[in-house]
Design a protein around this ligand. Structure first.
Ligand code: NAP
Length: 258
């Protein structure tokens, strides 16, 4: 008899005791970059996924499958959030993870921002968090379980001379602070709230020709891969005693000067 333990490539699907089914994740901004990698990896690990962006169907980056629902729509609009929540519950029976990933970046000196910049970034980064999170947490309270992860930005706590982007601080800083408020407000209800604060990540948010200059914004002297942000999401999912945490995934940029 061969008693050698064989490495298993089969990952057991995560399981929700409330619905009796596999776990369901909602991911916003999932047509590109970090959100797309998150959707692919969670599907590979057995999650059911409700994926959103304004043009996620047309983007064609996620192939149709029975455990995936695509919801087109601007996440700033409450009706989009309502459709995401309805899809998760009607199709899959629970909401176990919400990744608030949709976000935009507008770098400018403070005095050069125009009202339209403010309105665009506040809509996507803040309203895009508020509506879907409020509705998801309402469901998670019924389940007495759930996890909300906000994708913020290292710049929110580590502004860099020569990279003026104060509207990022205004919005992503708020997304970090609210994680701590909600971790306390819902303590004892089985719901965790965490944030991931990335440095510069190799995604379509930045043109490839800027990578060489951008790599100097990290002590590791390179950009992060989207998969390295996804690794932090998976870690937080598995780390059941971590709550109210801002996890920096920035190669050490938050630690000081380099
Ligand atoms: N890349 C970086 O260096 C970096 C650094 C720090 C933080 N982050 C944060 O990481 C998150 C993901 O960024 P990324 O680099 O992966 O960006 P990305 O490749 O540009 O992808 C952004 C995604 O958000 C969607 N989106 C934009 N506005 C939306 C809206 N109003 N409603 C719904 N979806 C919307 C986009 O799809 P549609 O166009 O189809 O809507 C796309 O799927 C963002 O919150 C960003 O601020 C990124």
């Amino acid at each position: 008899m061969n008693t050698t333990a064989q490495p298993s490539s089969t990952i057991q699907p995560p399981f929700n005791q409330f619905s009796g089914t596999r776990k369901t994740a909602i991911i916003t901004g999932a047509s590109s970059g970090i959100g797309l990698e998150t959707a692919k990896e969670l599907l590979a690990r057995g999650y059911r996924v409700v994926a959103n962006s304004r043009h996620i169907s047309a983007a064609g980056m996620l192939n149709p499958r029975e455990d995936l629902v695509l919801v087109d729509g601007d996440i700033a609009d409450r009706v989009t959030a309502q459709r995401l929540i309805a899809a998760a519950i009607e199709m899959f029976g629970s909401i176990d993870l919400l990744v608030n990933n949709a976000g935009i970046f507008i770098a400018k000196p403070f005095t050069e921002y125009i009202t339209e910049d403010f309105e665009r970034i506040a809509r996507t980064n803040l309203q895009g968090f508020f509506h879907v999170s409020q509705l998801a947490v309402t469901q998670m309270r019924q389940q007495k379980s759930g996890h909300v992860i906000n994708i913020t930005a290292s710049l929110a706590t580590q502004p860099i001379a020569g990279v003026p982007a104060s509207l990022t601080n205004l919005t992503k800083g708020g997304l970090q602070s609210v994680i701590q408020a909600l971790a306390i407000e819902f303590s004892g209800e089985g719901i965790r709230f965490n944030a991931i604060s990335p440095g510069v990540v190799k995604t379509p948010m930045h043109p490839e020709e800027s990578y060489e200059a951008l790599k100097h914004l990290s002590p590791l002297k390179r950009l992060a891969e989207a998969a390295e942000i996804v690794a932090a999401i998976l870690y937080l999912e598995s780390a059941s005693f971590i709550n109210g945490e801002i996890l920096h995934v920035d190669g050490g940029a938050h630690a000081g000067r380099w």
